[in-house]
Design a protein around this ligand. Structure first.
Ligand SMILES: [Zn+2]
Length: 620
């Protein structure tokens, strides 16, 4: 009996245990089921999601874009010239909107569209989506506003937060009252999707606009400038997630599945200094005011490292207003003249010919040259344009040939040098290369075809086309004791040099170019407190694709470096089709002087106040 009792007791104990165990197992099984479902949803196919969504009715599977950050463009000090900022956009699913009037009233001050207009659009889209008479199914979904940033974005976020709180409070209140009344509370957020996406911003507005370029607002693809040239480096890769959309357009928890991860783009760091850039652009704006040219550019280069500290072009546009500005001015305003403008340098080329002839030993520094105002070369006559009512330059030292910019003597020197050596000099000074990414090669046909007149013309800068950046780099050779330093535009560009002139020839050329500014055609390039060296250029404009020149159209330039005895920077100003004067010495030299003076002061190069007195004496 005891045994039975015992056994009975044991049995009943087992029974209870079993029941408990079964109940426990059921809970565990249920729990495992939920977890499994959640895990499963991370990996299920879209079709599974869709089936699940259909089963719960009214839910839909949707994809969301995950944005990576496009790389930034920075100056040499790390100042940000182009960056992604998050902006909001509002998409409206018109059929899901429950409170059209309230949507309109709330969003109107944020998006700057009249409330009546917003409401009209919602109702129209909804109607169009419901009428499928033409057989086309319309979704009724439309983007109300893109690129909402700054204050407006904050307003929008605050309004959304306030509304969410209101709806939550209302639901809780109704739940407490536990009446038969529906827990559902309508909201102006119904059918209103607020999403965040990156937008390209240019913190310095118009600074370096042609250099930096821009992206198209939708795809973030570079359309011009560095943005286009380095699009692959800068580009972010978009990612995508899929899930079931809740009533307010959000992903329902547990249904999110990543299709692809986004990836950020890489930064591009330029050698330009935003302060030097802005000095150069300010001076170019003055040239625009005074001479109303088709365009103008200025470059500032560190003669020792080749770093381009400014690549300035005018006209320019505020990159943050690119849509409106491009509509108004056309794509021409994005021309990076400093890197791509092919022009005949004219007189600024003469020192290259003379330096090459000195280096090759074809002329001596003490040699004299005679100019009768014109000279015959074969059947052709070349002429000088002496200033001050003189018909000819007469007897001149080499220094005077440079200072007077004498065509006749420079042609003689070119002929003494010969076609092949002259062509090779153009090559060795880097003028037929592509100095930096985005620039063009210079143009000069091979010397085998040259007649004597061609040699004479090239010697004084005609029949050869160069870009501003290549001409500047050639002058930096003279500034840098005869060593060519390849210009650098990116901090990651390699440092490349090649010897072109002996230091003695370079030093002599510096002395000649100083005389140009002190007593020659470049007097307006005089810089207070610093001795500068340089050369003016005035060339007739070549008609693109044809032989000959456009009448009355000129390119005025001034190129040089400072301080003359120990150069730090080389500076070039080129003005395309100036009005109110066309001589380089009048149009470009004053801008050169202002840029040089301000940049030297900015770089902390000590001024020598005695030089002003010296210049005054030399002028007398
Ligand atoms: Zn002459």
């Amino acid at each position: 009996m005891a045994v039975r009792q015992q056994s009975h007791a044991a049995h009943s104990l087992d029974d209870t245990r079993l029941r408990l165990l079964l109940a426990g197992s059921l809970i565990v099984l249920l729990f495992v089921g939920v977890v499994a479902r959640l895990l499963y949803l991370q990996t299920v196919k879209a079709s599974e999601l869709r089936r699940l969504a259909a089963r719960y009715g009214g839910l839909r599977v949707q994809k969301w874009t995950l944005f990576g950050r496009r790389g930034q463009i920075k100056d040499r000090a790390g100042n940000i010239l182009a960056m992604d900022v998050n902006s909001l956009s509002i998409t409206i699913r018109s059929r899901a909107v429950t409170e059209p009037a309230q949507v309109a009233a709330t969003l109107s001050p944020i998006v700057g569209i009249p409330a009546t207009e917003i409401e009209r659009r919602i109702l129209e889209r909804r109607l169009a989506a419901e009428q499928t008479a033409d057989g086309k199914q319309r979704t009724g979904v439309f983007v109300l506003k893109r690129e909402i940033s700054g204050e407006k974005a904050e307003m929008l976020k605050a309004a959304r937060e306030q509304e969410r709180k209101r709806v939550r409070a209302l639901r809780q209140k109704r739940a407490r009252q536990s009446t038969a009344q529906s827990l559902r509370a309508t909201s102006w957020l119904d059918g209103v999707d607020i999403t965040e996406e990156p937008r390209r911003q240019y913190p310095y507005g118009p600074i370096a606009s042609a250099l930096i370029g821009f992206t198209d607002p939708d795809q973030e693809q570079g359309q011009a400038g560095i943005e286009r040239l380095f699009n692959d480096t800068l580009s972010a890769k978009k990612g995508e997630v899929r899930g079931i959309a809740g009533a307010r357009g959000q992903i329902l928890a547990g249904t999110r599945q990543v299709i692809s991860e986004p990836r950020n783009g890489s930064d591009v760091q330029l050698t330009i200094d935003v302060n030097v850039q802005s000095i150069a652009e300010g001076c170019l704006e003055e040239v625009m005011q005074k001479h109303q040219p088709a365009g103008a550019c200025a470059l500032v280069m560190d003669v020792h490292t080749g770093d381009l500290l400014a690549v300035a072009n005018v006209p320019r546009i505020d990159l943050n207003e690119r849509g409106r500005e491009l509509k108004e001015h056309g794509l021409g305003v994005m021309r990076n003249m400093a890197l791509t403008f092919l022009f005949e340098p004219g007189s600024t080329f003469k020192p290259i010919t003379i330096a090459a002839a000195l280096e090759e030993g074809r002329i001596r520094s003490g040699q004299g040259f005679y100019c009768a105002g014109s000279a015959k070369v074969g059947k052709h006559t070349i002429r000088c344009a002496p200033h001050g009512g003189r018909r000819a330059h007469g007897y001149q030292t080499l220094e005077e040939v440079v200072a007077h910019s004498c065509n006749v003597a420079t042609a003689q020197i070119g002929l003494a040098l010969g076609a092949t050596a002259l062509y090779r000099a153009v090559e060795r000074f880097g003028m037929l290369e592509r100095p930096v990414v985005g620039s063009l090669r210079g143009r000069l046909e091979p010397p085998e075809k040259w007649q004597r007149i061609r040699v004479a013309n090239v010697a004084f800068g005609q029949g050869v086309q160069v870009t501003p950046v290549a001409l500047l780099a050639a002058y930096a050779v003279i500034a840098n004791d005869g060593v060519y330093v390849k210009p650098r535009l990116l901090m990651s560009d390699p440092f490349e040099t090649s010897p072109v002139l002996s230091p003695e020839v370079a030093q002599r050329m510096r002395q000649y170019l100083r005389a140009v500014v002190e007593e020659g055609t470049g007097e307006l390039a005089t810089v207070h407190g610093y001795e500068v060296a340089g050369k003016t250029g005035t060339a007739q404009k070549v008609i693109p694709g044809r032989r000959g020149y456009a009448s009355g159209k000129y390119v005025a330039s001034f190129v040089g470096f400072a301080p003359a005895d120990n150069p730090r920077i080389a500076v070039l100003v080129v003005v395309d089709e100036p009005r109110n004067g066309h001589y380089g010495g009048v149009v470009a030299a004053p801008a050169f002087a202002r840029i040089t003076e301000r940049v030297l002061a900015y770089l902390g190069v000590p001024a020598n106040l005695q030089s002003e007195a010296r210049v005054s004496n030399a002028r007398r």
